[in-house]
Design a protein around this ligand. Structure first.
Ligand code: AMP
Length: 220
């Protein structure tokens, strides 16, 4: 099954996708993580992508789309994948449809995670990630057991460069509103969208949403 995690930055897409990956065995494909690995390894793709990522802008499709297509063509994606961070525009969604159609596949389920905007900025500023296994933590809501150290692999946690600057965060949220949020309507019309709220205000965490989603997948 091919799943898409939709939702603004800081709603917990990566966390939920990680839980779904463990439960289903379908790989989590995070375009942001692929870019960040390329940036830290200083590959040609990473150097180009960083020009956009450091400013909070979208990386152009000429770079992003073939990168996703190559990843989806790998053997571990033949039965399914959990896309986290792609598509981010209607154009990317159309390109995704074409790439899956070539394989006789389609988008089966789109999970729209929602969180009140006032919570989102605090969540992003408090986000810490493991550069090695990509696990995500939050200093207040979901801290690691030993402060600053990944529970899974013992690596020192870091703050993403693009999470340090409040202006870049606001820019990314503005791009989400303008370019990515139309995908909610796009996938709703196709009848594949479900919405899950994740918010401290209603005491509902990513792991609670994941339980719902797993039940939904089992019933499909
Ligand atoms: P994320 O980890 O999903 O927040 O992505 C980090 C950054 O990578 C974004 O702010 C974009 O600059 C870039 N990026 C990730 N996914 C895409 C995409 N599908 N299209 C264009 N740029 C992307």
């Amino acid at each position: 099954m091919y799943l898409i995690m939709l939702g603004a930055q800081g709603t917990g897409k990566g966390t939920v996708a990680g839980i779904l990956q463990k439960e289903t065995g379908w790989p989590q494909i995070s375009t942001g993580d692929i870019f960040r690995s390329n940036i830290s390894e200083k590959t040609e793709l990473g150097i180009k992508a960083n020009e956009y990522i450091s400013k909070g802008q979208l990386v152009p499709d000429e770079i992003t789309v073939p990168m996703v297509e190559n990843r989806l063509n790998e053997e571990d994606c033949k039965d399914g994948a959990i896309l986290d961070g792609f598509p981010r525009t209607v154009e990317q969604a159309e390109k995704l449809e074409k790439m899956l159609a070539k394989k006789g596949k389609k988008v089966d389920l789109v999970i729209n995670l929602t969180t009140p905007r006032d919570e989102i900025i605090t969540r992003i500023l408090n986000r810490r990630v493991c550069p090695k296994c990509k696990a995500t933590y939050n200093l207040t809501m979901h801290p690691s057991k030993v402060p600053g150290v990944c529970d899974n692999c013992g690596t020192e946690l870091v703050q993403r460069e693009d999470d340090k600057d409040e202006n870049a965060i606001k820019q990314r949220l503005a791009i989400y509103d303008e370019k990515t949020s139309p995908l909610i309507d796009y996938y709703n019309k196709k009848g594949v969208l479900i919405t899950e709220e994740v918010s401290q205000k209603i005491n509902r965490l990513g792991k609670d949403a994941a339980v719902d989603i797993i039940n939904r997948i089992k019933g499909m």
